[in-house]
Design a protein around this ligand. Structure first.
Ligand code: KDG
Ligand code: MG
Length: 405
């Protein structure tokens, strides 16, 4: 079953998505997500110029061989752009295999390990009370786990809290350049223990709490935060420090029993190999779109299982519903799955483009038995929302030093 054509679409229903459609000679097609937030056209060009010509005429069933061809077969391995391109092709090929066999992808991955996929929702507030009110809303909707983020007093903007702005397009105003945000660890440290103290006082142990540091702390500051939060019993603390140097986590781990999660920007097993085999983290957060697709994530999850590390896939809104569906098939069939981040199925515009049968029930996502990934893409609708240049913010300390965003 040879590949006849591959199309790449970039659309912007409120945010940019790069979508790949692989079409076989009998007309079967598969879909993949290749979105790298703020660098969308780099992946689209990589696909169109360097990947698509090599795949026409190849057997769409040879998923592993095509994965290796695009990974090992390229001298310039790894990196987010290459791995997102591989990811999109990989997802599309799994989608095709499922459609051809008449089975949902999770069946091809080994079948169901659980009935549904547990989620954590977001509570992002303007202050502590606002965050806690949003936790209540999440509980009312049936979520059993909630990530708490709150605006930091004294800083003009905080990660995760957009204020009256709908998204980063609005935050950038009419000037499509990276917005700049201030960071102060001292101000953050005044807020966070108070946030979780009040959260436990108000909600007791009825719900799991999580928090994303978004890599703003040094390793010793992360160790301190982990220790401060131990009594509030977090499900995990995410991206406490940047881990380009995986050794950083030895120091953090040594000081705290707060569970640690990491990996949403990782692209291959090599980015997290030391963290996993030294049991320095508890959850690995790689996303199918950024870590080589279903095939890439499966390799990482199986390796993680050996070291008792569970998966907690990235679920931000810059991953398209195709990536979310790929996660669902992985999550339901992976024994060492932990929890899935969830921020909804997209805005109203994006729902007119991406159609799927996933449903939300009592803090879980259920998937139907549609063959393949179970997502469809409306090309005509997508063309009504053309690409718009967009950037994620840049972070600086109060003295102007560039910092981790
Ligand atoms: O594109 C960047 C976002 O995906 C990221 O900031 C979201 O950290 C994030 C999360 O945990 O969802
Ligand atoms: Mg994160």
């Amino acid at each position: 079953m040879n590949i006849q054509d591959i199309k790449v679409f970039v659309c912007s229903p409120g945010r940019n998505f790069v979508t790949v459609k692989v079409i076989t000679e009998d007309g079967t097609y598969g879909l993949g997500d290749a979105t790298v937030n703020g660098r969308e056209l780099a992946v689209a060009t990589y696909l169109e110029e360097h990947v698509v010509p090599c795949l026409i005429g190849r057997d769409a069933h040879s998923i592993e061989d095509i994965w290796q061809y695009l990974y090992q077969g390229v001298y310039w391995r790894r990196g987010p752009i290459t791995m997102a391109a591989i990811a999109a092709i990989d997802m599309a090929l799994w989608d095709i295999k499922g459609k051809v066999s008449g089975l949902p992808v999770y069946q091809l991955l080994g079948g169901k390990c659980r009935t549904g996929v547990n989620l954590y929702a977001h509570a992002n507030g303007e202050n502590i009370d606002d965050t806690l009110d949003k936790v209540q809303e999440c509980i009312d909707q049936g979520f059993k786990a909630v990530r708490l983020q709150s605006a930091i007093p004294g800083l003009s903007e905080t990660y995760g809290v957009l204020g009256d702005k709908k998204d980063y397009f609005e935050l950038q105003g009419n000037r499509p350049l990276p917005p700049e945000q201030e960071w102060s660890t001292a101000k953050y440290f005044k807020l966070i223990p108070e946030l979780f103290k009040k959260a436990r006082e108000r909600f007791g142990n009825q719900v799991h709490f999580l928090h994303d540091v978004h890599s703003r702390l040094t390793p010793i500051e992360s160790a301190k935060l982990g220790k401060m939060l131990e009594k509030y019993n977090l499900l995990f603390l995410e991206d406490a420090s940047i881990a380009e140097n995986q050794e950083n986590y030895k120091l953090i781990r040594h000081h705290t029993t707060t569970p640690l999660a990491l990996g949403e920007t990782y692209n291959t097993i090599w980015d997290c190999k030391d963290l996993l085999q030294n049991q320095l983290i508890d959850y690995i957060r790689v996303a199918a779109t950024h870590a080589g697709g279903i095939t890439g994530v499966k390799k990482i999850s199986d390796f993680a299982a050996v070291y008792n590390v569970r998966t907690a896939p990235h679920g931000a809104p810059d991953l398209s519903p195709i990536c979310f569906a790929a996660h669902m098939h992985l999550n339901i069939s992976t024994h060492n799955f932990g929890i899935q981040e969830f921020v909804g199925f997209g805005n109203e515009e994006s729902k007119t483009i991406f159609k799927h049968g996933m449903t939300l029930e009592n803090g879980m996502v259920l998937i139907d038995d549609a063959p393949g990934l179970g997502v469809d893409f409306d090309e005509t609708k997508a063309s009504e929302f053309p690409y718009k240049r967009s950037y994620l913010p840049v972070s600086r300390l109060e003295d102007g030093t560039l910092w981790h965003w």
